[in-house]
Ligand binder design. Sequence first.
Ligand SMILES: [Zn+2]
Length: 150
Amino acid sequence: MAISMSVKLLVRQRADFLCEYCHSSEEISAARFEIDHIQPRSRGGSDSVDNLALACQRCNAHHYNFIQGKDPETLNNVDLFHPRQQVWNQHFIWSQDGCKVSGVTEIGRATVQRLDLNDEVRGDGEIMRSRLAWVKAGWHPPVSDLRQLI
Ligand SMILES: [Zn+2]
């Protein structure tokens, strides 16, 4: 069943128009973000708002139908970050220059790698160049991510 426009708007507003994985801003992106199923539909995930997250095209594509990733430090397979059940700031942190996101937990590190949040797997660094421009413009990282530094 298609997700209604009202539910899509709810998901966007709830996410404060940020990708709930990489925290890119929909407002400064060329393409509208997508409605991601945290538990993929192909694995029985529902269209319930509790299973939906706002995701940029990159994260949604990398998320695909994965629910787990491997932490590169411990080599444990762990569940990916769950935006409805977990708090972003407890699993991820920005580099000093605001361009690179790092995981600070097994879940965070596995998610950084599985969703290739820094274009390290693909290797072209495209998102890092975008973030650098956003930092220069004062649009990134989101203010909500900097609270812990103030
Ligand atoms: Zn994203």
